[in-house]
Design a protein around this ligand. Structure first.
Ligand code: 3PG
Length: 211
């Protein structure tokens, strides 16, 4: 099953920010136990690549990708670590080129019609909408979706249980991403059951919205 087929079934991408591969693996397993199997590890810690590689090796039922990929060099390193997809906060031609060369999906961040059009002209049809809640939320995405037919969006940034359904109700939305599923305090306290519960709650919201 492709990543996008998997997201159609369960349209939520939890973000994992970790400095310890063992913690990253436990977090990913907790998310998977709650029903979320497409996981983004953000490249915001020195150990992020090790965390991504550990999840890829030890949680084989999950699909793990790299987020916050800023450069072609970082993209190459993420792919070498086992990243199955790439996510960027913005649109960068060099990062897109690395992903195309590798045949791996890239979901670059866009926030304006000009950026969506630029991504369209690079051949991309699935884009991150970032930071979703600050650049117009669901109403903005509805407007973009009505113009850019055939583009699917992954709103991320300020998405939570309170607005997840609003985004998922839009035809143009493939999935939502966010860090609300992996609260730092729960992870620090070893409360992985909280992560599983948050994942299960997101799955339930998604089911209720898309059924
Ligand atoms: C990202 O990397 O996409 C953002 O940090 C996600 O935003 P959130 O923390 O509000 O979910």
């Amino acid at each position: 099953m492709s990543i996008e087929e998997r997201l159609v079934q369960t349209p939520v991408i939890p973000l994992v920010q970790a400095s310890d591969p063992a913690v990253a693996v436990r977090t990913a397993q907790a998310l998977l136990d709650g029903g979320l199997g497409v996981i983004e590890v953000v490249m915001r810690t020195p150990e992020a690549l090790d965390c991504l590689a550990a999840i890829a090796a030890e949680v084989p039922d999950a699909v793990v990708g790299a987020g916050t990929v800023l450069s072609a060099e970082q993209a190459g390193a993420a792919l070498a670590a086992g990243s199955a997809f790439l996510v960027s906060p913005g649109l960068d031609r060099d990062v897109v080129a690395v992903s195309k060369e590798a045949g791996i999906p890239i979901y670059p961040g866009v926030a304006t019609p000009t950026e969506v059009q630029a991504a369209w002209n690079l051949g991309l049809r699935t884009l991150k909408f970032f930071p979703a809640s600050l650049v117009g939320g669901a109403p903005m995405l509805k407007a973009l979706g009505s113009v850019f037919r055939g583009v699917k969006f992954i709103p991320t940034g300020g998405v939570s249980t309170s607005n997840l359904a609003d985004f998922l109700a839009l035809d143009a939305v493939l999935a939502c991403g966010g860090s609300w599923l992996t609260p730092a305090d729960a992870i620090a306290a070893g409360r992985y059951q909280d992560i599983t519960a948050l994942a299960a709650q997101a799955v339930a919201i998604a089911r209720a919205t898309t059924d």
